[in-house]
Design a protein around this ligand. Sequence first.
Ligand code: SF4
Length: 92
Amino acid sequence: MAKRMTGSKIVPQCDGCCLPDFSEGYCTAFDDPAYQWRNGECWGRCESPREMVRRLEDIVAYAGPGANIATIRRELEDWEKMARLLKGSGIA
Ligand code: SF4
């Protein structure tokens, strides 16, 4: 998973989303979580690693085989591992 140590910290509405870097309290997707929630919802909110895998698989498929998306592919591998771990532990 990506790590972020800049921007603004997550807000209470982020509770239940799997995108924060929980050790540091930053959203790994957006610089300003409070701004994301300004209209009452965050379109990036994701409540399961399996959903993140689906999103990243869609990005990889859309980009095509020759695209320079090594970072996205690494992130996809990380989320696949997380989804497998949680599934194996019975959490997800
Ligand atoms: S994606 Fe949205 S809901 Fe999730 S941590 Fe970031 S700002 Fe919060």
